[in-house]
Write a protein that binds this ligand. Structure first.
Ligand code: NAG
Ligand code: NAG
Ligand code: NAG
Ligand code: ZN
Length: 617
């Protein structure tokens, strides 16, 4: 586009008043000089920050991968030192008049650094803040509970026994025992620490010129109206959620009788997952077409001798097939892909960027299950993102927004979990011409994708209100359940009180990790998926064999190249631009998700009405 006339116009306007003219002249002389300095300064900052980030990540890794007092002490020490240096740089940085810079790229780099986060705290506060989060993580990560049938057996852990019981048991008292014990082991122990954490997080936010920590978190979305947008996205999805909720409740009632109220919220312990955030584990109990059973992917993985390495190699193979990055030798050397037997570690899966452009790792206690097969793709998606933006200046080495980062691996997993691809991997044998079998697969997908959305929304609505002071320690739990009930349609298996602190039973809540990113991710991953499917000729709504839920972009290099372009931007541009580059659209929009699940939605509507299942709660 020809830009000159607008510049001419600008100069004309500036010349209209003498005042502006003089201001412009001095601006020119002083700020251009300052910008030149700033450019040199930001290079130094980028380099120093990357080095410090590397040190901090190493110290954090050493603790997360070996939970000893010594490693915690060392981590706190290193993070403390890094924070002091970061703050020093920040003060210097803030002495620049960066908001007036003409060079937009430079200005954006300053903007990225201008939010300092917790490092803004004074030394003592920061130490207490890190200690609080560390303590909560340790309590969470080492929580064990007793077996229901054998109460002397008290070392059941989340990553092993608990997940299995939730998946396989249909014994209501046992599920209730597991559900309650897990919460007893965490909530009461962390409630005091959590309050202190909230206080310090807010203190840090205020030093950063935000009203509270929630505002600082949401700043990453660069949109004043973001909360309203989340709200309207939720309304876009709600009708679909109501149908899957009603269908599930109807069938759970057949299994558990009056424990499940015909018109009330669903008891949280009956959904096959500790937080009722993913219902896939119970989905096979009431498939739409039970005479078309779905292959047990976990079992097939084990039969085909998958181990942790082979699972990750399978994920890598998919990325390579679309011309994305191969994992580096150091990835295989340094990652922890299986739970070690000689020490305690934080098992919650995570992907790490050590900020030196070559050290990337995953830490995960992989078990050979369908769920972990998907999680492996999710975590590797983070690594691919890190690798694509590694050449950006350090200030831009993050996702376009946090939801983007979470969406990449999940989006790939949408292809991997398509019936077509699973058939190719010989993990399923779905007859693709058989609408009923295909709908069963889609139902399974819905039981993990659709139901996460209200959960993710609840988690952060609760925290935003905690940080803003609308929810206080006296009603932490009551408000938590109020939100769970009203948005998710879930209730606790037995009455809870303020002695309990059930929000803390979720890792991200005590680990100081925002959660709305998953809400964002679960919406935009379908937008991305749709675009890449269109681009590779795999999606055509008029062709029954090219519906969105059947699409697989395996080997579609063109799709991968397009995706890489977006990922390589890092956070150098506001996220709507990154999204536009890929999808041509600047807004988050659930319509791709609704398109994907449309056949399921139609079927559920019919079925629920046929069963006279109550909708809502
Ligand atoms: C865990 O950390 C301790 C130091 O606290 C160290 O002595 C030990 O060797 C580490 N274990 C492993 C397996 O790295
Ligand atoms: C694969 O990606 C690289 C850049 O990462 C590019 O140079 C190359 O052309 C791509 N290959 C194909 C077949 O598109
Ligand atoms: C696949 O499903 C179609 C439609 O239900 C059916 O006609 C066909 O026989 C099935 N193919 C196999 C191999 O079962
Ligand atoms: Zn993630």
């Amino acid at each position: 586009m020809w830009k000159f006339p607008s510049l001419l116009l600008l100069i004309t306007i500036l010349q209209i008043s003498d005042f502006h003219l003089r201001r412009y002249a001095s601006y020119d002389a002083y700020y251009l000089y300052e910008e030149r300095n700033a450019r040199r300064f930001i290079e130094i900052i980028n380099e120093a920050s990357a080095k410090d980030e590397n040190k901090a990540q190493l110290a954090e890794w050493n603790y997360a991968a070996n939970l000893t007092e010594e490693n915690l002490r060392n981590k706190l020490l290193v993070l403390g030192e890094v924070a002091v240096r970061t703050k020093k740089r920040w003060m210097k940085l803030m002495s620049f008049q960066w908001k007036k810079f003409w060079d937009l790229d430079l200005k954006r780099q300053f903007k990225q650094y201008s939010v300092l986060g917790a490092s803004a705290l004074c030394r003592e506060d920061l130490a207490n803040y890190l200690k609080a989060v560390g303590e909560m993580e340790k309590i969470y990560s080492t929580n064990t509970i007793c077996d229901f049938k054998d109460p002397t057996k008290c070392h059941l852990t989340m990553d092993k026994e608990i997940v299995d019981i939730l998946k396989n048991s249909r014994n209501e008292p046992e599920l209730k025992h597991i559900w309650t014990s897990w919460r007893n082991g965490i909530g009461p122990k962390v409630k005091g620490v959590f309050q202190n954490y909230v206080f310090l997080a807010n203190k840090a936010a205020r030093i950063n010129k935000f009203a509270n920590n929630a505002e600082m978190w949401l700043d990453r979305y660069e949109d004043y109206y973001i909360k309203l947008k989340f709200h309207s996205l939720w309304y876009q999805i709600q009708p679909l959620y109501f149908e899957i909720h009603a269908y599930t409740r109807y069938h759970l009632r057949k299994i558990y009788g009056n424990i499940v109220n015909e018109r009330g919220p669903i008891p949280a312990h009956l959904l096959g997952n500790m937080w009722a955030q993913n219902w896939a584990n119970v989905a096979t109990d009431f498939l739409p077409f039970p005479n078309k059973p779905i292959a047990d992917i976990s079992e097939n993985l084990r039969k085909q001798k998958y181990d942790a390495i082979k699972i990750f190699e399978t994920a890598e193979n998919f990325f390579i097939s679309i011309n994305m990055s191969t994992m580096l030798p150091s990835f295989w050397r340094n990652s922890i892909l299986e739970k070690p037997i000689d020490r305690e570690i934080i098992c919650h899966g995570s992907a790490w960027d050590f900020a030196d452009g070559k050290d990337f790792r995953i830490k995960m206690c992989t078990t050979i299950t369908e769920e972990n097969f998907v999680v492996a793709h999710h975590e590797m998606g983070h690594i691919e993102y890190y690798m694509q933006y590694k050449d950006q200046p350090f200030s831009f080495r993050s996702g376009a927004n946090p939801g983007f980062h979470e969406a990449i691996g999940d989006m790939i997993a949408l292809s991997v979990k398509s019936a077509k691809h699973l058939n190719e991997l010989r993990l399923t044998e779905v007859n693709l011409s058989d609408q009923e079998a295909v709908l069963n697969s889609m139902f399974l997908m819905g039981m993990s994708k659709i139901v996460l959305l209200p959960f993710a929304y609840v988690v952060d609505q609760w925290r935003w209100a905690v940080f803003s002071g609308q929810i206080t320690p006296e009603n932490y739990n009551a408000k938590w359940w109020e939100l769970r009930r009203s948005i998710q349609g879930i209730q606790p298996p037995s009455p809870r009180s303020e002695q309990d602190f059930d929000a803390a039973s979720k890792y991200h809540v005590i680990a100081d990790t925002p959660y709305i990113r998953y809400f964002v991710s679960f919406i935009i991953q379908f937008q991305f998926h749709k675009t890449l499917c269109l681009q590779s000729g795999e999606y055509n709504n008029n062709d029954p064999f090219k519906r969105l839920h059947l699409c697989d972009i395996y080997r579609k290099v063109k799709a991968g190249n397009l995706l890489k372009k977006m990922l390589a931007l890092g956070s150098s541009r506001p996220w709507p631009e990154a999204m536009e580059l890929l999808t041509g659209q600047r807004e988050m929009d659930a319509s791709a998700l609704l398109e994907y699940f449309e056949p399921l939605y139609m079927w559920l509507r019919m079925e629920n009405r046929k069963n006279r299942a109550f909708i809502g709660w």
